[in-house]
Write a protein that binds this ligand. Structure first.
Ligand SMILES: C[S@@+](CC[C@H](N)C(=O)[O-])C[C@H]1O[C@@H](n2cnc3c(N)ncnc32)[C@H](O)[C@@H]1O
Length: 220
């Protein structure tokens, strides 16, 4: 059964609320990966008056479960939030990034919570090119349980001193852009690094699968 609630803990939502409320973020807000839209509703509710609510953009392939887009829209309606105030981009994140870049879009807030695979997370980090100075970016599942999220972010932060650590609540990491970038935040080397680790993880998973199968066969 699909839950309409955010896929985040109370602690993570509290962190989100604090960062949003103190961030003075007026430009577009983006969520990459929305599931049933629970966190989207929570984010929009942080701006109770439509007059001060920034434009919200959602990027999602909407294939997480049946009728996902309709469920998200119903969730917004259940919270008395205007469905037409959200710009839904039903497309893979990489394609949406090409379009947003070509249109010269900028964001004050970006929540990255789509695929947790290492090469996809590294690819999603390219969205930070479109984050305004002073803007915030949050990443869900930044923890040792999700190396696919943690490792690319650690590498990104080491190589991009123009972003500062704003805080962490549970597995939700928040960073802030302090200055413009002088070069691409994610380069070809970063992408290749992520591809190699993806292959390594895949190999590890298939060895574990075979070993477990052998163990089970021995027991029977
Ligand atoms: C973990 S859920 C998001 C949870 C949501 N942010 C929340 O807090 O309730 C992941 C979402 O990412 C979407 N997704 C996964 N890979 C994607 C991709 N490459 N491009 C766009 N959306 C993607 C899935 O369809 C799913 O809705």
């Amino acid at each position: 059964m699909t839950t309409l609630d955010p896929e985040m803990t109370g602690e993570e939502l509290s962190g989100l609320r604090e960062w949003i409320q103190t961030g003075e973020l007026k430009g577009q807000h983006l969520e990459i990966g929305t599931a049933a839209g629970g966190t989207l509703c929570f984010l929009m509710q942080q701006y109770p008056s439509p007059k001060v609510r920034p434009k919200f953009v959602v990027v999602d392939t909407m294939m997480y479960f049946a009728n996902q887009l309709e469920v998200v829209k119903q969730n917004l309606a259940n919270h008395n939030l205007p469905v037409d105030a959200v710009d839904f981009r039903v497309t893979p994140s990489a394609e949406a990034l090409v379009n947003a870049s070509a249109a010269g879009e900028r964001f004050d807030f970006i929540l990255v919570d789509a695929s947790h695979k290492i090469r996809h997370v590294m690819a999603d980090l390219r969205w930070l090119r479109l984050l305004n100075v002073g803007g915030l970016a949050c990443f869900h599942d930044y923890s040792s349980n999700f190396k696919g999220v943690q490792w690319p972010l650690d590498r990104f932060l080491k190589r991009n001193g123009q972003f500062s650590h704003q805080g962490q609540a549970g597995s939700l990491l928040c960073i802030r852009r302090e200055a413009a970038s002088s070069r691409a935040e994610v380069n070809g080397g970063d992408r290749i690094w992520a591809y190699w680790w993806a292959l390594f993880f895949q190999l590890g998973a298939s060895i574990r699968k075979r070993t477990n199968r052998l163990k089970r066969a021995k027991l029977n």
